[in-house]
Design a protein around this ligand. Structure first.
Ligand code: FAD
Length: 288
């Protein structure tokens, strides 16, 4: 099922993101955790694509198993890094044969050990999106950054380029994580003002370990509100307490988004079934 069909339904839904293993040796353990998330039947699940395509086969394999075993629609991520058209088309053929109809098309980042120019064939996500739309009947989404993107001069440039992604055929956007919902509401206002009309799905990351917040900020550049810093200061050293507090904070963000009319939420619970289950349990009466 296409993601656009799922999110156009007029009811609140939640999806989860998972990641494939870096090596085939780890596949079974990762698959077990991923399928445990699928077993709670989120609206859909997205499977990331490792830097430089390192997880290419496992991304499609996991996305296929999620759909095959639990009938949960999946979306496979794909990046431009080091990819030529032939390779991208082979992956798309593989997705089609596996029944995967949804792709999150990204530029990706240059891996540290990458030799040469990683964006020779596709410079931007918009070029990849346009190629995927020309190649087959896929529902294609892209990424967006409510707090701006570090390579852009300012937030206006970021949204101007975002519009190019939409014009290339991007049908929905998923945001980078944020910890202050006002940042999302302001972003939504700015994108609508620039005539970007596709659904914008907020991405929420439950922080369940004190050490995770440092890494999450490094990767995303997200602003951390004082209220959240206090929570990490107080509970960061106690794993059980931090997990409970992090899930409560994420739940609070989700409920505020739903209360403000956002219908679909994407949760970066990654390969943690207990976190995904706790979030859904907290929303059990809200999501009916
Ligand atoms: P783009 O949209 O191509 O933007 C990159 C830069 O180019 C920006 O500065 C933009 O303003 C500029 N730009 C874009 N289009 C144009 C244009 N036409 N002309 C001029 N300038 C332009 N990474 C992975 O490796 N694997 C994953 O699975 C993955 N999943 C992600 C999921 C989400 C929801 C998000 C938010 C990010 C994800 N990432 C993933 C990270 C992402 O690949 C990086 O943030 C990357 O640096 C940017 O990707 P993008 O698709 O947003 O790039």
């Amino acid at each position: 099922m296409k993601i656009t069909e799922i999110i156009k339904q007029d009811r609140p839904t939640v999806s989860f993101e998972v990641f494939p293993p870096k090596t085939d040796t780890d596949f079974t353990a990762v698959e077990r955790a991923v399928l445990e998330v699928a077993a709670i039947h989120p609206a859909y699940m997205s499977v990331t694509y490792g830097a430089g395509g390192s997880t290419r086969d496992n991304t499609v394999k996991l996305a296929r198993e999620i759909q095959r075993l639990f009938n949960v629609p999946s979306i496979a991520h794909l990046t431009c890094v080091g990819a030529d058209k032939e390779r991208i088309h082979t992956i798309l053929d593989n997705m089609k044969d596996s029944g995967i109809e949804n792709v999150l098309a990204l530029r990706g980042d240059k891996p540290r050990d990458f030799d040469g120019e990683p964006f020779e064939n596709y410079r931007y996500a918009s070029e990849l999106i346009s190629d995927i739309k020309d190649y087959g009947d896929f529902c294609v989404g892209g990424a967006c950054y409510p707090e701006g993107y570090p390579e852009d001069k300012n937030k206006d440039e970021n949204i101007t380029n975002l519009k190019k992604k939409i014009d290339a055929g991007c049908e929905f956007l998923t945001t980078q994580m944020f910890f202050d919902n006002n940042i999302f509401y302001n972003f939504l206002y700015r994108v609508r003002d620039k005539n970007i009309k596709v659904p914008v799905i907020p991405g929420i990351m439950p922080i369940t370990r004190g050490s995770q917040i440092k890494r999450a900020i490094e990767l995303s550049g997200s602003n951390v509100p004082e209220r959240f810093k206090n929570l990490v200061d107080r509970f960061g050293d106690r794993p059980g307490a931090m997990q409970q507090a992090g899930i409560a904070y994420a739940t609070d963000q989700i409920i505020d988004l739903l209360a403000n009319g956002v219908n679909h939420i994407h949760v970066y619970s990654m390969n943690k079934p207990d976190v995904a289950k706790a979030i859904l349990a907290n929303l059990s009466e809200i999501l009916v």
